[in-house]
Ligand binder design. Structure first.
Ligand SMILES: NC(=O)c1ccc[n+]([C@@H]2O[C@H](COP(=O)([O-])OP(=O)(O)OC[C@H]3O[C@@H](n4cnc5c(N)ncnc54)[C@H](O)[C@@H]3O)[C@@H](O)[C@H]2O)c1
Length: 381
């Protein structure tokens, strides 16, 4: 009975993306295939690739697929700087109300600048300065004489992300949540976020230590003493910036995964972008997207496969020493993919407890579950 259950496939949308996207997605699919991951992929396009093929950077077919499946794995998408279309990443988050962005940062490869980092950043994903109320005002003959941007944080949005973060911390055995803000200067915009998070935090103070930090001080302390942080809860723009900083603490963007979680859908992706500087050269590191796939496996209650995947990545990079250039190695994308597949097929030793695999990211309370799934995953939806 259990065997049949495990064979049921879970429909999921797959977006190869731009730049290095297709290369790391191809690697990830080969590795998931070797693992026997239970996804039935519906491949759809978005970003520059979709603009070229469908004259639309976010085609209706892609939206319909995500709406139907409630689950997607996405390669990075290029956003034109300055002019051009609005970020497709931001549009996807808005379309599916993916209000919670979970970005774990954990040391996998020892010997870097920092050892034993293990923290999670939770970013409000729909509000703040990302709402895009952003325009120029002409002055004299200069059409760009001034620029104005407005942010919006709501009480309801701040409540929702705060509860999500505190629930996440409790479920994952975390001890402390640091609320990061700039309420000394942006008194209303980030004041409402701080005030609301502290208010919701009162319900969790018997289970969690809750503290607050101004964003600039937090950025500095992440460099000086990152071990003091456990879960960071913050607004959209600060979360964007601090999560790249955290990626830098654990070996760079090639190691940092992210999950965008809403009530009816979840989209998993790497924190990094489309890396146009190395696209097409066969040297991109697929690990961030692989860790995102591991978070996706956790999300559909296949922690067994997620653990095997994380162990194979650990053993490949730490024991076999197969690493791409961004991690100081010489392996190509194909070589590291083959090495991880070999480790998956061998089975082999689990990674030592202390040597850090990115934490199994248990699906937070509000997390969407896939609509059509095995009975095992439906049970917990
Ligand atoms: N979620 C997303 O889809 C997402 C996120 C961030 C940026 N972007 C977009 O990506 C484009 C490029 O942005 P950027 O250059 O500022 O940031 P980037 O993350 O693409 O690249 C920054 C640096 O990190 C390196 N890098 C990133 N991922 C790597 C990997 N997997 N392996 C090895 N090296 C890697 C790149 O070569 C580059 O030197 C922009 O259009 C941006 O808007 C998309």
């Amino acid at each position: 009975m259990a065997k049949t259950t495990r064979k049921a496939l879970i429909p999921a949308t797959l977006i190869p993306g731009d730049g290095i996207g297709p290369e790391i997605v191809k690697a990830t699919l080969a590795i998931l295939d070797a693992l026997g991951a239970p996804f039935a992929w519906d491949v759809q396009s978005a970003g520059m690739a979709a603009l070229k093929d469908h004259l639309d950077p976010l085609p209706e077919a892609t939206l319909t697929s995500i709406r139907r499946n409630g689950l997607a794995l996405k390669g990075p998408l290029t956003t034109p700087v300055g002019g051009g279309f609005r970020s497709i990443n931001v549009r996807l988050r808005e379309e599916f109300k993916l209000f919670g962005n979970v970005r774990p940062g954990k040391t996998v490869i020892p010997g870097g600048r920092y050892e034993d980092i293990d923290l999670v950043l939770i970013r409000e994903n729909l509000e703040g300065l990302y709402v895009g109320f952003d325009h120029y005002i002409p002055i004299d003959n200069d059409p760009h004489g001034a620029a104005i941007s407005s942010g919006v944080n709501t009480r309801a949005g701040s409540r929702r992300i705060s509860r999500f973060a505190f629930e996440y911390a409790v479920r994952n055995g975390r001890k402390k949540v640091t609320i990061v803000h700039k309420a000394n200067i942006l008194k209303a915009l980030t004041g409402i976020f701080l005030e609301t998070a502290l208010e919701i935090g009162k319900e969790y103070q018997d289970r969690l230590q809750i503290e607050e930090r101004i964003v600039d001080a937090c950025a500095m302390q992440l460099v000086m003493n990152p071990w003091q942080f456990d879960v960071i809860l913050t607004t959209n723009l600060f979360g964007d910036i601090l999560s790249d900083e955290i990626a830098g603490l654990v070996g760079g963007l090639g190691m940092a995964p992210g999950a965008n979680i809403g009530e009816h859908a979840a989209i998993f992706e790497a924190v990094h972008g489309s890396a146009p500087d190395i696209a097409g050269r066969g040297i991109a590191n697929p690990i961030a997207l692989l860790y995102a796939a591991a978070m996706m496996l956790d999300h559909v209650d296949r922690q067994d496969l997620a653990t095997r995947l994380r162990d194979a990545i650990h053993n490949t990079t730490v024991i076999d020493n197969v690493r791409t250039g961004d991690l100081g190695g010489k392996a190509t994308t194909v070589e590291i993919t083959e090495a991880i597949i070999r480790r998956i097929k061998q089975g082999g030793d689990p990674a030592p407890a202390k040597a850090a695999k990115p934490a199994a990211e248990a699906a937070p309370a509000a997390a969407a579950k896939p609509k059509a799934a095995s009975p095992r995953s439906r049970k917990s939806s």
